[in-house]
Design a protein around this ligand. Structure first.
Ligand code: GRF
Length: 250
């Protein structure tokens, strides 16, 4: 069954469109964009979704307390059985409730090389600071603004005659490219965490990791079966072997 992606946006939706193109072209295999959610009425991104035949929901956030709003969004994500949430120009901070519900399954794209220039107007910040390189970052989302573990980055040189607009335009092209790559990597589970570091696994190593996880999961399953059937001796033996392993993580 396809892995289901939800895209949350507030505006233009070019990153959504890039992801939709990539899914359609088979660059993110075994996935579909199940739903697009906007917190703003009239966001062009929702019209783009509708044109593509992807369900688009507007859930207006104005005046709503953060968690109350996020609960409405989470209800739609449950309805569409969403596996991965992609923020793409989504102009709202997520509540701890939402982060906990989808921990490790929320990605964001940001138009700077984080941790430089979080927040808004990043290209203006980059030009004012005078950096020679800027770029974009796809990262996991945690409780803090633009702060979760970095999955992928792309660097873009800042040119002497750049304005915020020209720099943004070149960065956007890279955003579209790396968001696809990051979504694919995460959906394939082709990474492992070392503290904050997201270590990418090459295909072969990935297969070994997955095989190990499958073995662990089998032991846990067998343990559960043994416990169910009331065989205390078998349960005790398997229990010692399986420890606290909880099966496939990603
Ligand atoms: C992008 O630059 C993205 O990095 C930032 O907001 C912008 C959204 O653009 N978070 P779009 O709506 O995807 O075209």
């Amino acid at each position: 069954m396809n892995k289901k992606i939800a895209v949350l946006l507030s505006g233009r939706g070019s990153n959504f469109e890039a992801l939709a193109e990539s899914v359609a072209a088979g660059r993110i295999p075994g996935a579909e964009i199940a739903v697009v959610i906007s917190n703003r009425e009239g966001a062009p991104g929702t019209a783009r979704a509708t044109e593509r035949g992807i369900p688009a929901k507007v859930i207006p956030s104005k005046g709503l307390e953060r968690e109350a709003y996020d609960r409405q969004v989470a209800a739609v994500l449950r309805e569409y059985k969403v596996d991965l949430v992609c923020l793409a120009g989504y102009m709202r901070l997520l509540s701890p409730f939402f982060i906990a519900a989808y921990r490790g399954r929320i990605l964001n794209i940001h138009p700077s090389l984080l941790p430089a220039f979080p927040g808004l107007e990043t290209q203006r910040q980059a030009l004012e600071y005078g950096v020679c390189l800027s770029g974009c970052t796809v990262h996991f989302v945690d409780e803090n603004l633009d702060a979760g573990p970095v999955i992928l980055q792309a660097a873009v040189p800042v040119l002497d005659d750049d304005t915020s607009e020209t720099l943004a335009e070149r960065i956007l092209k890279e955003e579209h490219r790396i968001y696809t790559d990051a979504v694919r990597l995460v959906l394939e589970g082709r990474y492992r965490m070392e503290g904050r570091r997201v270590i990418h696994l090459p295909q072969a190593a990935h297969r070994v990791e997955v095989a190990k996880e499958i073995e662990k999961a089998k032991v846990v399953e067998t343990t559960n079966e043994a416990e169910k059937s009331g065989s205390q001796l078998a349960a005790a033996n398997f229990g010692r072997r399986s420890g606290t392993g909880s099966g496939i993580k990603k």
